[in-house]
Design a protein. Structure first.
Length: 453
């Protein structure tokens, strides 16, 4: 254990460059303004300082402000322990096992407060536990501001803002990397990824989100260490998948994941279909992610059910075809394939029922949407997940999986009035009658005449 911590600590504490650190920017040397910071975050920092503790805005919030963007959330670092923070804020709770943090709640806004993390020296073994691969299982080791900076993952996420003195503090070269538009891990990349394999996904996500490049040494071990993600709990990887594909840069993220072999541990069955050379599967996923990014860019809602429906449909379609080849009817084959694929995927990324059930409805609608005669079309239009199923149908047509026929019909049907809809349904029924439905007609039964009494 001691040798492991010595290796990790020595790697992390190496100076990333020859620039003079720490670097402190005064108020007139940076663009961060208190007006851009949540009032609740400012309140938390003020109360911590009033209680005799340090308080800095840290992480992505400072990074985004330095880049001229508006952060989605605000995190605070302090030298107060989680228990001391909890005593200062009645509207807070301590969460986490691997590393304790405090959530201070103001209505729907949560301000996350973390205690400075420290290095793993002798005497801290009870607070820090690592597995055989080097992955940290528990990490409640507290330290100083400088130690906290070098324990963070990437340099651009290790900037600190003091709302009292209006200064920005950089201990690891994050300001220089912002200027170079690079994502660089702090310390030795292999050691840091082994410490927490999810950092590999974060590296890709930040590169895509910020439109930065991955620094050479940061990128070098990714392909080799990608299998370490198989050690991460499925529930945690589900959360990471949402961050990867639901922040507006899904297509760029997907390209980077595939390039660094990081997609395979998340969706191994889907990767197997892609490896087989299925061009329609590749086109479906890419077009689906393009559509997702477009919706997010237009501030339209996107559900995880649709993301997972896109990722797993190529696998469901392949398994469904195999079951049908064995003689199983179409709809039971779909249900069985969906069950098999979702069960297998749960071992890699969990899919809560609130998303897996709509996902299955989206798939089932692909078999129901072609059936438009009688009252069926109107009933499908009233289906809870019709819109998602319709969008998925359009996606399948866009990717070339199926001919572009049903999509335009359903688009017109939604826009038509009642009279026009009746005409459209009758035309569908007429077309079917003219070409036959492929079934052999039964001969009419003749009732025997009753015997005379």
């Amino acid at each position: 254990m001691a040798n492991l911590w010595t290796k990790i600590t020595s790697a992390v504490t190496r100076k990333p460059s020859a620039e003079k650190l720490p670097r402190v920017l005064s108020r007139d040397e940076h663009v961060v303004s208190r007006k851009q910071i949540s009032d609740n975050a400012l309140k938390v920092m003020h109360r911590l300082r009033s209680g005799g503790f340090d308080a800095f805005l840290v992480g992505g919030g400072v990074r985004d402000l330095m880049l001229g963007k508006q952060p989605k959330d605000f995190d605070i670092a302090t030298d107060a322990t989680p228990e001391e923070v909890r005593q200062l804020f009645r509207n807070s709770r301590i969460i986490g096992r691997r590393f304790k943090i405090v959530h201070v709640r103001f209505g729907r806004e949560i301000i996350e407060v973390t205690t400075y993390r420290g290095s793993h020296e002798d005497g801290n073994a009870k607070s820090a536990v690592a597995g055989e691969s080097g992955m940290l299982l528990r990490d409640n080791v507290y330290g100083t501001l400088e130690e906290d900076a070098i324990r963070r993952d990437f340099t651009v996420n290790a900037l600190y803002y003091c709302s009292d003195k209006f200064t920005v503090h950089d201990y690891v070269g994050g300001l220089s990397d912002l200027e170079k538009r690079e994502v660089r891990i702090i310390g030795d990349a292999s050691s840091r990824y082994q410490e927490d394999p999810v950092r590999m996904l974060r590296a890709v996500r930040f590169a895509a989100k910020l439109d930065f490049t991955l620094e050479k040494r940061t990128a070098a071990p990714l392909q080799q260490l990608a299998p370490l993600l198989e050690q991460i709990p499925a529930a945690r990887l589900f959360d990471e998948v949402l961050k990867l594909f639901m922040e507006g840069q899904a297509l760029r993220v997907y390209a980077l994941l595939k390039h660094y072999n990081l997609f395979r541990p998340l969706f191994p069955a889907t990767q197997a279909v892609l490896d087989s050379g299925d061009s329609s599967a590749s086109a479906l996923i890419e077009q689906g992610l393009i559509n997702t990014d477009t919706r997010i860019g237009q501030n339209k809602p996107v559900t995880p059910a649709f993301i997972f429906a896109i990722m797993l449909w190529p696998v469901v379609r392949r398994e469904m075809a195999q079951l049908q080849a064995e003689g199983m009817p179409e709809i039971p084959a779909l249900h069985q394939a969906a069950q098999n694929v979702v069960s297998a995927q749960q071992a890699h990324t969990s899919i809560p029922k609130r998303f897996s059930m709509p996902m299955r409805d989206i798939w089932e609608l692909q078999l129901r949407l072609p059936r438009r005669t009688g009252r069926r079309a109107q009933e499908l239009l009233e289906h809870r997940y019709f819109r998602a199923g319709y969008d998925f149908l359009l996606l399948r047509e866009q990717s070339g999986e199926i001919p572009e026929e049903l999509g335009p019909w359903w688009t017109a049907f939604q826009e038509a009035d009642e009279s026009a809809r009746d005409g459209m349904q009758k035309k569908v029924a007429g077309d079917r009658s003219s070409r036959g439905n492929g079934r052999r007609r039964r001969k009419p039964r003749h009732r025997k005449s009753p015997r005379p009494s």
